[in-house]
Ligand binder design. Structure first.
Ligand SMILES: Cc1cc2nc3c(=O)[nH]c(=O)nc-3n(C[C@H](O)[C@H](O)[C@H](O)COP(=O)(O)OP(=O)(O)OC[C@H]3O[C@@H](n4cnc5c(N)ncnc54)[C@H](O)[C@@H]3O)c2cc1C
Length: 364
């Protein structure tokens, strides 16, 4: 069985069609949410509570990046912290409690140039929907060296905001030479006594201002022309050091460290969107602060559209906003009909209000 909903097998969708538990092809959904990270579950929760009976398609990485997070300590409401997988289970249970249906499937194609939109999946399902909330997130680029997986959450991290706090008074390594590596390296100097930035070249890709700040910070040292070849641990099962290789001479080296923060790139999960939706130069969906993409009725939330904050709390907030916007879109669809799909909704005149709703307000 690939779909679940705590409310039972048969559900009535907004269009009045009978929806079987297996998700029949002729169902017209009000909203489909793609992705099961924090943004997706929150969009599912809010859409469910708005009686839109959302279908959430999880993707191959159930729970998204949180599911590989050992301990989440900065998500409000959980003062003791909790494991990433536990948080995902809570997100899911809450969304399903209000009628969100979960489909354990992966989307292979979306068609957004005609309405209703079409969603095709790897289990050969085809869904039609009046609105879409895209929450396909991103993934950190991994070093792919021995020890990385083993020590993730035990000294290896991809998020200084999340984990820097645990390294008060410690010595750290940051891997990378771009803006994120330097920004996070600077942030880590609030906790760590020393941060060594290991970079594969002898010049940085980061912006000049960040370079100046990092180079002027006496807690930061640079290890130039070096790559990490393995991450090592001690008898307590936590990181104790890294092995390195000089990219020019091939010379092997070793550095003792208490933690390794990896910033060698962040990859948006955007395979579905090329040639269909506006993407920025890094491949993130371009959505406005109202979570609108360039197609009316298609919204984006979480890290697929956010390359700045990249947190559970911000992704949750954006998922909430996207569902509220989808609800507005559906209301105006019912009241005044389909907008021109070629017209970019981000250019609509009333900030925060879909054009049709604005027209309705004006007519009152
Ligand atoms: C190791 C690690 C530790 C972290 N620790 C913290 C922390 O302590 N606190 C914190 O606030 N943040 C932390 N973060 C960041 C946080 O996890 C992310 O900001 C957050 O998960 C982003 O949520 P999201 O919903 O946008 O996407 P993601 O979590 O990236 O989820 C994306 C979802 O989209 C799905 N998907 C992708 N493509 C498709 C497709 N074609 N069809 C269907 N589904 C698809 C995936 O299966 C996945 O479920 C951490 C990140 C990492 C990597």
């Amino acid at each position: 069985m690939s779909e679940s909903n705590q409310n039972g097998a048969q559900m009535q969708n907004g269009a009045g069609a009978q929806v079987s538990k297996g998700g029949t092809e002729d169902t017209l959904h009000e909203v489909i949410v793609i992705g099961s990270g924090p943004a997706g579950w929150t969009a599912g929760l809010y859409a469910a509570r708005a009686n839109l009976e959302p279908l959430l398609i999880t993707g191959d990485d159930f729970g998204g990046q949180v599911s590989i997070t050992y301990e989440v300590e900065n998500y409000p409401g959980f003062p003791e912290g909790l494991s990433g997988p536990d948080l995902v289970e809570k997100f899911k249970a809450q969304a399903e409690r209000f009628g969100c249906t979960t489909s354990y499937d992966h989307v292979t194609e979306i068609v957004v140039d005609e309405h209703p939109f079409t969603v095709r999946t790897s289990q050969d399902k085809e869904y039609r929907t009046k609105s879409l909330i895209l929450c396909t997130g991103a993934r950190p680029r991994f070093l792919e060296v021995p020890g990385e997986q083993e020590y993730t959450g035990k000294g290896v991290s991809y998020c200084a905001t999340c984990d820097g706090f645990f390294f008060r008074g410690k010595e750290l390594v940051v891997v990378g030479g771009g803006d994120s590596a330097l920004e996070e390296g600077l942030f880590l100097t609030k906790f760590a006594t020393n941060v060594k930035v290991i970079h594969r070249r002898d010049e940085l890709r980061a912006s000049k201002i960040l370079q100046d700040r990092a180079l002027a910070n006496d807690q930061i040292e640079f290890v130039w022309n070096a790559v990490v070849t393995s991450i090592n641990g001690n008898e307590n099962g936590v990181v104790s050091g890294v092995n390195t290789r000089d990219t020019l001479t091939g010379e092997q080296g070793e550095l003792a460290t208490d933690g390794v923060f990896v910033y060698i790139g962040h990859i948006p999960n955007n395979d579905l969107y090329h040639g269909k939706l506006d993407l920025d130069e890094d491949g993130h969906l371009i959505a406005d602060p109202m979570t609108r993409t360039n197609i009316p009725g298609v919204f984006a939330a979480g890290e697929i559209a956010d390359k700045v904050f990249k947190q559970v709390a911000t992704s949750v907030g954006q998922g909430c906003a996207a569902a509220m916007q989808a609800e507005k879109f559906l209301a105006s669809l019912e009241a005044v009909g389909l907008p021109d799909l070629n017209e970019d909704p981000r250019a609509w005149p009333t900030p925060g209000v879909p054009k049709q709703t604005a027209d309705l307000v004006a007519a009152d």
